[in-house]
Write a protein that binds this ligand. Structure first.
Ligand code: ZN
Length: 313
């Protein structure tokens, strides 16, 4: 830094030393969050007015149009958190600076949380913040397919399969270079649901390569160039769709290393979000860039109380 405070929305820390220097206390963190949330100045979350002033405590804003009072963390994943914002920053740094992600247990130990459940809820809140980034549509040449992740768990009743069908779309830049990826859990595998997934994640006019199964041929009627080899149900998908095949195996390896327990369908969606977040930024040279993106998305994310996260889990 060449003097002045780090600006949220512009600067990001490049090293742990820099991280510590920039964010010594809650005030420094909140200043940074204001820059991220309101890069062009305060915007009222109630009426979108751009005029307001700080009141009483430094951290509250009053809208001059509707009179609503708000804080920089209101409506974000940090809303009504009982833990200090600097601890959240430490968690976000830890999660993004660790190459393959962290487990709830590691987060608990690193930050000294009293309970595993708290660490687990924090991790999932941060994962939710990872969902946002990738709403731009894929384009160019895109491979589209379904795969099954998960494995066989052995219980008292013997072995039972708990594989979950996952939809994958991945851009192929060149024969040996992949672009961005999108995932979704399939509730009706082997159906036209994969067509809908493709239409919601891939820009019209793109070329979509699939295994050519009959339902997927509808893609040609939806504004795409649909490519497939004749004679579907080819036994070797890895040759036909090498990008999807590679992403699927990387995903499975990552899940196996990250999950210390069986992922239920519900939580698998968050793991897919985290993996897509990491995969799509795998060429970022600075880990601090991931930290920056995560916080940027975090201040644009609705709060999710612990009760909601753990319901049905
Ligand atoms: Zn207002």
């Amino acid at each position: 830094m060449g003097g002045g405070n780090p600006r949220g929305g512009v600067d990001y820390p490049r090293t742990f030393q820099e991280f510590r220097d920039w964010f010594p206390d809650d005030d420094a963190c909140l200043d940074y969050l204001e820059g991220l949330r309101w890069p062009e100045g305060f915007v009222c979350p109630g009426c979108d007015a751009r005029l307001g002033w700080r009141i009483s405590q430094r951290r509250m804003w009053m809208c001059s149009a509707c009179g609503r009072k708000t804080s920089v963390t209101a409506g974000t994943i940090f809303h009504r958190s009982h833990t200090s914002i600097s601890t959240w920053f430490a968690a976000a740094w830890f999660v993004t600076s660790t190459k393959n992600g962290v487990s709830a247990l590691a987060l608990q130990q690193q930050l000294g949380f009293g309970s595993y459940e708290t660490a687990w809820a924090w991790l999932h809140k941060l994962r939710r913040a990872m969902v946002r980034p990738d709403r731009d549509l894929l384009s160019g040449l895109v491979e589209l397919d379904e795969t099954f992740v998960g494995g066989v768990s052995v219980g008292k009743q013997g072995a039972s399969t708990d594989k979950v069908p996952v939809q994958i779309a991945v851009e192929r830049i060149t024969a040996h270079q992949l672009g961005r990826v999108r995932f979704a859990i399939a509730t009706r595998p082997g159906t036209a649901q994969l067509v809908e997934f493709g239409c919601s994640t891939i820009a019209p006019g793109s070329t979509i390569r699939t295994d050519g199964s009959r339902t997927l041929r509808r893609l040609a009627d939806r504004g795409y160039t649909h490519e497939y080899r004749t004679g579907y149900n080819s036994p070797d998908k890895s040759q036909e769709l090498p990008g999807v095949h590679l992403v699927a195996s990387l995903l499975k390896r990552w899940l196996a290393g990250t999950l210390h327990y069986r992922a239920s369908d519900k939580h698998l969606a968050y793991y897919l979000d985290e993996y897509a977040f990491r995969f799509n930024r795998r060429h970022s040279t600075a880990r601090g860039m991931l930290f920056f993106r995560l916080l940027q998305q975090a201040v644009a994310t609705d709060p999710h109380p612990l009760a909601e996260l753990t319901a049905d889990s």
